[in-house]
Write a protein that binds this ligand. Structure first.
Ligand code: BGC
Length: 379
């Protein structure tokens, strides 16, 4: 797992300056002269069923431990009461900062109130926590841009657009189906908005046809981002809308796990054979199983979000709070959580097609070539 650790920031220097500045303004019972060893960071991650959150959790923990902090890392099994309980416990056990990737962005208000009462700064990790004034900072990627990139990848795969953004040779009409993530995840809305703003002109001019007619986020959302639910929905769509000999040409999928469910449904219906090519299916997270599918020419694309860099931003923000400072934001407008605009640090995203696997994922040390070939990591 060490290869996932990037020492880009001057860790030791920062740790020393934190110790020197003391914990003024930081949470819990931070002493003036608290050393990292005496400080605990609570890290609450949603689930271990998706590889990306395991990588996030590991990265955050490794980077914090490298700086000398105590880390309480918990995964909540995609169960809201479990996450609430885990965060409650971090607070009662005296966490000095909380880093939270919420399952349901609206379900942690009372925990966040307790954190505020105990003067514990809260950093929302990748998923914005909504409806609470007690969210102090947000680290994420440019989530609207993720949706745009997914839609662009779909258009590129269908030939309606070239990879560098010029109009493509194809004219369509192409049948497409749309999927969105979990409605209780703020990101799902940003992804879908970015995608639909990009696809709508093509739907309007008839080059894309959503044959099922299901194009509202409420109709296409997949609760908890479950792969099996996506597979079932794709099976249902094939039965209800494609039993007349027509085919699905493309599927907008916002997450690799959903994409694998969708691909399974399509394969079970005969897609992927020479006479019936696989539909163009997008994705997100560069999960290793999907990277292999892309390498094998089955899945069309994914969006790479380097969890090492996101973890690093969370750590930088935590250290700023511990030093009694405000973390540096690069966006102070986009993320209104219903109560306030949460200052954010957003990272860029990268579309990965088959030809990009080597440069984006292997050369950067995210995966080895062997892992890509095997479709699994070495743990
Ligand atoms: C994350 C995505 C991820 C999805 C499902 C979202 O909040 O931003 O990267 O694919 O959750 O885990």
């Amino acid at each position: 797992m060490n290869r996932r650790f990037v020492t880009v920031f001057g860790g030791a220097v920062l740790a020393l300056s934190v110790a020197a500045c003391g914990g003024e303004g930081a949470g819990g019972d931070t002493e003036e002269s608290a050393a990292p060893e005496d400080l605990t960071i609570g890290v609450s991650m949603p689930t271990q069923t998706s590889e990306r959150w395991i990588a996030d959790g590991d990265s955050v923990r490794e980077q914090l431990e490298e700086l000398g902090y105590q880390v309480d890392l918990q995964f909540a099994g995609d169960d809201i009461p479990t996450q609430s309980q885990q965060v409650d416990q971090m607070i009662t056990q005296g966490a000095d900062v909380l880093i939270i990737a919420a399952i349901d962005g609206t379900a942690l208000s009372s925990q966040l109130q307790a954190a505020a009462d105990a003067d514990i700064p809260v950093i929302a990790y990748d998923r914005l926590i909504r409806d609470s004034e007690n969210v102090d900072f947000y680290v994420s990627f440019d989530n609207y841009r993720v949706g745009v990139a997914q839609a662009e990848a779909l258009l590129t795969g269908l030939g309606l657009r070239t990879a560098d953004g010029a109009p493509g040779e194809a004219t369509g009409p192409f049948n497409v189906e749309l999927f969105a993530g979990s409605l209780d995840d703020n990101n799902a809305h940003f992804f879908f908005d970015g995608a639909m703003d990009t696809l709508q002109p093509f739907i309007d001019d008839g080059s894309l046809v959503v044959k099922s007619g299901q194009a509202d986020i409420e109709q296409v959302a997949i609760l908890r981002w479950q792969q099996e639910t996506a597979q079932r929905r794709m099976e249902d769509l094939l039965t209800s809308s494609y039993n007349d000999g027509s085919r699905v040409d493309g599927v907008l999928s916002p997450y690799d796990g959903l994409s694998r469910g969708i691909i399974t449904a399509l394969q079970n219906a005969g897609y992927g054979a020479a006479a019936n090519p696989m539909a163009v299916v997008t994705g997100q997270d560069a999960e290793i199983a999907s990277v292999k599918l892309i390498d094998d020419g089955v899945q069309h694309s994914t969006i790479f979000k380097d969890t090492r860099l996101l973890a690093e931003q969370a750590v930088v923000a935590a250290e700023a709070f511990l030093a009694g400072e405000e973390p540096e934001a690069n966006d102070t407008e986009t993320y209104d959580n219903g109560v306030k605009v949460v200052p954010s640090y957003l990272l860029p995203v990268e579309t990965v097609y088959r030809d990009d696997i080597q440069t984006a994922l292997v050369d950067s040390g995210y995966y080895t070539a062997e892992e890509v070939a095997a479709g699994q990591t070495d743990g």
